[in-house]
Design a protein around this ligand. Structure first.
Ligand SMILES: [Cu+2]
Length: 104
């Protein structure tokens, strides 16, 4: 995903449950980071990234709503704030692509 002033760009807002590695790329000019908070007390963040830097953040997402935002300064208030929805697992006979390592 891309971090810029002042937005977090994601290719999709809904995901099936699973373990994801978000590749946070700071495409902006100032420092940014990515923090994910959600059900069960999940609260994970990358280190602070300078422009051009990137970092991976691996999180296990359960059904529910998660918030992704930039914890640097007041960036969250300026728009670096988005939510994603994790759907419940589908029927057992479906086999979605393994989400681990996806380039979201
Ligand atoms: Cu930021």
């Amino acid at each position: 995903m891309k971090l810029t002033e002042f937005a977090i760009q994601l290719p999709q807002q809904t995901f099936p449950p699973g373990t994801y590695t978000f590749a946070a790329s700071n495409d902006g000019q100032t420092t940014h980071a990515l923090e994910v908070v959600g059900p069960g007390g999940l609260d994970e963040r990358t280190t602070t990234l300078r422009g051009g830097q990137s970092a991976d953040l691996t999180v296990t997402l359960q059904p529910g709503t998660y918030e992704l935002y930039c914890p640097v300064g007041n960036h969250k208030q300026q728009g670096m704030d988005t939510t994603i929805s994790i759907g419940s697992a589908g029927p057992a006979n479906t086999s979605p692509p393994a989400p681990t390592g996806g380039g979201y």
